[in-house]
Design a protein around this ligand. Structure first.
Ligand SMILES: Nc1nc2c(ncn2[C@@H]2O[C@H](COP(=O)(O)OP(=O)(O)O)[C@@H](O)[C@H]2O)c(=O)[nH]1
Ligand SMILES: [Mg+2]
Length: 450
């Protein structure tokens, strides 16, 4: 895949810095280098040169690096100009390149070209964005593993297992007189089971990888004064939200991004749920409801001293989104000593704690990790996205359909067809099979200049 146009962008973030880098990629890069630098620098050597404007005046002077195709990040001719990191210098260099026939790059366009030129697969391209966006050390390390190809290798291994199964079935179709016996073979059932187990292993890693990247969102809800904002502050480790003994203090949604052992946690504190608030509080409650719909979990905080039976939850239950899981947090246990906190075996899980003394806080953190299935992975996690999980789930479903065709209909053709579909879904992950639409969506999430 060759592009006819040459793209340019600042590769370093906007703002001031010691060094700023402008990058060009495409067929015109050598020609532009010759004009802007006076001559084409030696390939892959750092060459000190003036960066010239149209009147041959230096815009800046710095290091020029030329990477001839195909041995570059994008696989095309690439020129890097390392100048002084000021926004005006960077813009002047980009404008000069545009004057000379380059085009300003779209977000992620350099990496998209690298993908289209087979420099990396789609999972690796996504890992680059994940590395740049990583919110914790663990997430950065996981992105690096995906970038090195560990996740791609897992997906390819799984794809090969599916192909092997498919070949086995297709061999049977070629010999129709033996097909029926063959499809009833125990060996085939065992092979199906092995592929299923393989799916489970890869999906497990991918789930952890997605958690590391995206984390979970929890909404703190409950009656006014139950200690919701105090809980947010304890989880955040500083006073993010205003806490007072006055009911109705929190009116807007307060958001904090924290991490539990590397798992990003988005915590949202909301206005207390009660009847008879003023207009602002009403709006706050409406927003709280909207946030709960999008959450992975609701922490319903109860004042254990005032309401040891948790009747607030029973009263509000119907107004909480039915599909979002809830944890009941019995707060203020420091005041509730001796009070029996009503215990039920059924219903949502319960945590007893005190935002004042921090008693039970570690238990709540462990509980949040547990209910998202987050674990610190031995040997290291990889980074993954929802897109990967969806494709894995689809591939798995096709494999299950194939297994059902086998046991119920004994139709070899249909088994093979489903396995083909499974293989195609897996190919979407690494990008062997993609639509322009999907590529557009993936690379639009990158920063400009990457
Ligand atoms: N003793 C005690 N007081 C608490 C605890 N949590 C919160 N409070 C107090 O309860 C009042 C209401 O807390 P706040 O976090 O604003 O509740 P919210 O309305 O649910 O956000 C404040 O005076 C807090 O200091 C707790 O665990 N123990
Ligand atoms: Mg509050």
């Amino acid at each position: 895949m060759t592009h006819t146009d040459t793209i340019v962008a600042a590769a370093t973030p906007p703002g001031r810095g010691g060094v700023g880098i402008v990058r060009l990629s495409g067929p015109k890069a050598p020609e532009l280098a010759a004009v802007m630098l006076g001559e084409l620098p030696r390939a892959r050597y750092a060459t000190f040169a003036p960066f010239l404007d149209a009147r041959q005046e230096p815009i800046d002077a710095g290091l020029a690096l030329f990477f001839p195709a195909p041995h570059s990040y994008t696989g095309e001719h690439v020129l890097e100009l390392h100048g002084h990191g000021g926004p005006l210098v960077m813009e002047a260099l980009v404008s000069r390149a545009v004057e000379l026939g380059a085009r300003r790059a779209q977000p992620g366009e350099f990496t998209q070209r690298a993908f289209l030129n087979d420099k990396l697969d789609l999972v690796q391209a996504e890992a680059i964005a994940d590395l740049i966006d990583a919110g914790s050390q663990e997430a950065a390390r996981a992105a690096m593993r995906s970038l090195r190809g560990e996740f791609s290798a897992m997906v390819r291994g799984l794809t090969e297992a599916v192909i092997e199964l498919r070949t086995y079935v297709e061999a049977a179709i070629d010999f129709p007189e033996e097909e029926i016996d063959f499809l009833a073979d125990r060996e085939l059932a065992e092979r199906f089971q092995a592929v299923r187990d393989h799916f489970d292993g890869v999906a497990d890693s991918a789930r952890q990888g997605r958690l590391l990247r995206e984390g979970m969102t929890v909404v703190i809800a409950g009656r006014p004064n139950a200690g919701k904002s105090s809980l947010l502050n304890r989880l955040a480790g500083y006073d993010a939200a205003i806490v007072t003994p006055i009911a109705g203090t929190t009116r807007d949604v307060v958001r904090e991004r924290i991490s539990i052992d590397g798992m990003p946690l988005h915590v949202l504190d909301t206005a207390g749920l009660r009847a008879g608030g003023d207009l602002v509080e009403e709006e706050g409650m409406r927003r709280a409801q909207a946030e709960m719909l999008r959450a992975d979990r609701v922490l319903f905080v109860i004042d254990a001293a005032q309401d040891p039976a948790g009747s607030a939850f029973r009263e509000e239950h119907a107004r909480l989104p039915a599909e979002v899981p809830v944890t009941l947090v019995f707060n203020k246990c420091d005041l509730a000593v001796g009070l029996p906190v009503a215990d039920t075996v059924t219903g949502p899980p319960r945590i007893t704690m005190s935002a004042a003394t921090c008693q039970g806080l570690a238990g709540l953190r462990a509980h949040l990790k547990l209910c998202m299935g987050y674990q610190t992975v031995e040997g290291g996690a990889i980074s993954a996205r929802r897109r990967h999980l969806d494709a894995l789930a689809r591939a798995r479903q096709h494999t299950e359909h194939a297994a059902r065709q086998l046991t119920e209909a004994r139709g070899g053709e249909l088994v093979a067809e489903e396995l083909r579909a499974a293989q195609q879904a897996l190919n979407e992950i690494t990008g062997e099979f993609t639509s322009d639409d999907l590529l557009g969506r993936i690379f639009a999430g990158f920063c400009i200049g990457k």
